[in-house]
Design a protein around this ligand. Structure first.
Ligand code: 13P
Length: 248
């Protein structure tokens, strides 16, 4: 039985005041939440979020890392630095990093490796663009993305990886994949993993991301192979985020 996981991706949003209100708001409603809950804050707010969440069941994640441990990489943040703040998870290969910052499958695979080497759980993101879906390439795209990581870290490493399927056309658009579309792709991803190891395929959490909201969360997470959500916009309001956490 896979535990439901709800992760908030705040992206480049927040302020000291908002972090305070948001984390305190989430914590105030966590008592009856059974899912594992993570919020992924921008780097400057990791310390604040972590301090507010101390001794709670809320875990803190980062949104990216640099593959180098230290050195002359102006503006970058290493896995060691993230760890220093008590962070447990890190988003890797988000579609915004792939499309806006040129992250290739190989770079993403290396980041997954570095996260694992530093005992950080990667939230490893995959997903197809609209034109790829429309031209019937969804399965080819997610296969390529998943296989790049399997080739780099091996299937055993998926014991410590959370996969997030985020169809790019559903991110921030208000257009959600239908439960059937999402379930079909999640089942396909699980079969890809099962080609290597069926037990690991069964135990790997596969989250859905892309306009998940209080309105559609329950139906999406009711699907057999959808083990939770990676939430963007709706994670910025404590009430909406908690609603999704409780739907899981
Ligand atoms: P939205 O929930 O805003 O569509 O964003 C999803 C996402 O990109 C989470 O990583």
């Amino acid at each position: 039985m896979r535990q439901t996981i709800i992760a908030g991706n705040w992206k480049m949003n927040s302020s000291k005041e908002v972090v305070n209100t948001l984390v305190m708001g989430i914590l105030s409603g966590m008592a009856d939440v059974k899912s594992k809950v993570i919020v992924c804050a921008p780097f400057p707010y990791l310390s604040q979020a972590e301090a507010l969440a101390t001794h709670s069941q809320l875990q803190i994640g980062a949104q990216d890392l640099n593959v180098n441990a230290s050195g002359a990489f102006t503006g970058e943040v290493s896995a060691e630095m993230i760890k220093d703040f008590g962070v447990t998870h890190v988003i890797v290969g988000h579609s915004e990093r792939r499309s806006l910052y040129g992250e290739t499958d190989e770079i993403v695979a290396e980041k997954v490796q570095v996260a694992l080497d530093n005992d950080l759980t990667p939230l490893f993101c995959i997903g197809e663009q609209l034109e790829e879906r429309e031209s019937g390439k969804t399965e080819a795209v997610v296969s390529r993305q998943v296989n790049a990581v399997i080739n780099r870290v091996g299937i055993e490493a998926f014991k410590n990886i959370i996969v997030a399927y985020e169809p790019v056309w559903a991110i921030g658009t208000g257009v959600t994949a239908t439960p059937q579309q999402a379930q079909d792709t999640h089942a396909f991803i699980r079969r890809l993993l099962a080609d290597h190891d069926s037990d690991i395929a069964q135990s790997t959490p596969i989250l859905y991301g892309g306009s998940m909201s209080p309105v559609n969360a329950e139906e999406l997470m009711g699907c057999e192979d959808i083990d939770g959500g990676l939430i963007g916009g709706a994670s910025l309001k404590a009430e909406d985020f908690l609603h999704i956490c409780k739907a899981g």
